[in-house]
Design a protein around this ligand. Structure first.
Ligand SMILES: [Mg+2]
Length: 109
């Protein structure tokens, strides 16, 4: 995701928030947004556990991305900058196999 494409997505999500006046109507309350994101994560999980197709999985992932961008609007932080900073940190981490699957993390041992 390059910065310009993020800016385009941000503008679209901001327009959606403005159209429905989400800030005034409680749609930018962070606890509510966390619940909405959990709901979408459950829908993503159902795509996997119920064997739904790639198109459905993509739509549910888009739902979550839209909510994440909206949460950046609601909480007034720069998600694009946070993404770049975090990817920089991740790029320095080591990986190891944990229970048969790769994990990239800060391992304390
Ligand atoms: Mg959904």
């Amino acid at each position: 995701m390059n910065p310009s494409s993020y800016q385009e997505m941000l503008a679209l999500v901001q327009s959606f928030h403005d159209k429905h006046d989400l800030r005034r109507a409680g749609g930018e309350d962070l606890a509510y947004r966390v619940a909405l994101m959990a709901e979408e994560l459950g829908e993503i999980s159902a795509c996997v556990t119920k064997g739904k197709g790639k198109d459905q999985l993509a739509e549910e992932c888009a739902d979550l991305l839209i909510l994440l961008i909206g949460t950046a609007i609601a909480a007034d932080f720069d998600l694009d900058q946070a993404f770049q900073t975090k990817m920089g940190k991740l790029s320095t981490r080591k990986s190891k196999i944990v229970n048969g699957r790769i994990r990239v993390s800060e391992f304390s041992e």
